[in-house]
Design a protein around this ligand. Structure first.
Ligand SMILES: [Zn+2]
Length: 205
């Protein structure tokens, strides 16, 4: 220990240590971004599975989707339930269903449909036949397509928009190369989308 440390005395050492701790707090706040809340924005997704997708595939798909949102600074909690559940914990709760087939009058999305401004009932549908078709076409596992489908449709709800972007999770057209971005861990929301979604979820807190 250097000589000046001995010279400081007990009180001086306490002041020095307290000042160092304060400085560390400021530095870490700078590194992690001061706008990030202590508890990350938390979204609950209630999933009603009305299709033949197995529980194992569904759980893997949900976990993969959760990773995409974690990278955007949002935590997703999942609840697979058959009926209506009152869920008060998360900042925002989204009700989703996986249905066996896409209706003939389906929307423009490949894997499902989301109704961002719908206040109650099911807000988001995933079409299992479309998931299977895309999995078959691209040779990617079904759970990967489930992850991307959920990320995209939940994205519509949290962005409060049916619009698409040219890159990332919110693009409108999907092929094998795009889905491979998920497998490579590089499929993400663009930073502006992440920020918009975080502030939307926090506004529900
Ligand atoms: Zn879409």
């Amino acid at each position: 220990m250097p000589t000046y440390w001995k010279l400081l005395g007990a009180r001086g050492k306490r002041v020095f240590l307290a000042a160092s701790a304060g400085l560390l707090t400021i530095v870490s706040a700078r590194i992690y971004g001061e706008d990030r809340p202590a508890v990350p924005p938390r979204v609950g997704v209630l999933v009603r599975n009305l299709s033949d997708v197995s529980e194992e595939t569904l759980l893997k798909g949900e976990a993969g989707c959760g990773e995409v949102f974690r990278a955007a600074g949002i935590e997703i909690a999942w609840m697979n339930a058959a009926g209506n559940v009152n869920w008060n914990g998360p900042d925002v709760v989204i009700r989703a269903a996986i249905v066996p087939r896409a209706p003939k009058s389906r929307g423009s999305d490949v894997f499902g449909i989301a109704a961002p401004s719908k206040p109650d009932g099911i807000q988001l549908f995933i079409y299992y036949d479309k998931i299977l078709a895309l999995s078959w076409l691209t040779g990617l596992p079904v759970h990967v397509v489930v992850s991307v489908a959920f990320a995209h449709e939940i994205g519509h709800i949290l962005l409060q928009s049916t619009e698409h972007s040219l890159a990332g999770v919110m693009r409108s057209e999907w092929g094998g190369r795009d889905l491979n971005e998920f497998e490579g861990g590089v499929l993400r929301f663009v930073p502006q989308e992440s920020a918009r979604m975080r502030s939307y979820v926090l506004s529900g807190r």
